[in-house]
Write a protein that binds this ligand. Structure first.
Ligand code: GUN
Length: 280
């Protein structure tokens, strides 16, 4: 039976460490706020935004909420971002994605000052990560690296297969695993012989976006399996991209859904906010 990698517990440890760091920074006169912008009322986004505000309160940094109507224009949103870029006390700016269809996400991401880009989505942040320079790391992939490190999973020289090539998970995930000296393969929806390829992985990171897609036939005995997916099944219960019940008996370690990768994303967002306050 696989060891369950407890993301909830590990994220709590990280947030407790950050809370102490924030207290030390405060005593030295260093404070700052995270601006959280949501456009429209997508229910999933509302849950994420609430969790992010709660995490700020827990570690002791201020959050400024901007809940804008669905009808907000791109120009209005860009103007708000520019104001927040100029505001001294704002050390991080987060625009919750997805945005309504009439707003160009790339334009919005690029409007955020790289100094305040705590999501790590700005091309400058992505470029810095790619060449190993300092900058904000994309939160979900950075959270997965922390999960592996804090669970004593050795990455050096291991074959890591990442399924998914999105800009916010798959691509940065592959680069961060490379930084840890893993041998990395990126697979995606057009990859041929996906089960055979995945079966070669020592570490399998699944961000395919399809509920319960990965079963036993994709997993090598003793592999470490990280499930980035989050979906609601027909009974309104949360599930991942992996058939947990099938894979648990084959893997050596596996993340559950919920309570695996999800809480780590927020912990790493908080880590980026603290980094921003520290470096300013
Ligand atoms: N939507 C889904 N994941 C994320 C994330 O990590 N950051 C933001 N801003 N929006 C998201």
């Amino acid at each position: 039976m696989a060891k369950i990698i407890d993301g909830k517990k590990i994220s709590q440890e990280i947030k407790a460490e950050l809370k102490e760091k924030v207290a030390v920074l405060k005593a030295a006169g260093k404070t700052g706020a995270l601006a959280v912008i949501q456009v429209g009322e997508d229910p999933a986004s509302s849950v994420y935004v609430r969790n992010k505000k709660n995490a700020c309160a827990y570690i002791g940094i201020e959050s400024l909420a901007y809940e804008l109507p669905e009808s907000t224009t791109e120009a209005e949103l860009l103007k708000l971002i520019e104001e927040l870029n100029q505001k001294e006390e704002v050390k991080g700016i987060l625009v919750q994605l997805p945005l309504p269809g009439h707003i160009c996400e790339d334009k919005v991401i690029q409007a955020i000052s790289p100094k305040k880009d705590v999501d790590g989505f700005h091309p400058q942040s992505v470029g810095a990560m790619t060449i190993g320079e300092k900058g904000f790391l994309s939160c979900t992939p950075a959270g997965i690296i922390q999960l592996l490190k804090r669970s004593d999973v050795d990455m050096e020289g291991k074959h890591c297969v990442v399924i998914g090539r999105s800009n916010i998970v798959g691509k940065p995930m592959a680069l961060l695993m490379l930084r840890e000296n893993a041998t990395v393969t990126i697979a995606h929806s057009r990859t041929k012989n996906l089960p055979e390829l995945c079966k070669q992985a020592d570490i399998l990171i699944v961000a395919i976006g399809k509920p319960r897609f990965i079963g036993a036939e994709y997993v090598k005995e003793g592999a470490v399996v990280i499930d980035v997916g989050i979906h609601r099944n027909e009974n309104n219960k949360l599930c991942g991209d992996v058939k947990f019940d099938e894979v648990e008996s084959i893997a050596s370690a596996i993340t559950p859904v919920p309570g695996g990768v999800g809480p780590m994303t927020i912990a790493m967002l908080m880590s980026n906010c603290v980094q921003s306050i520290e470096e300013d």
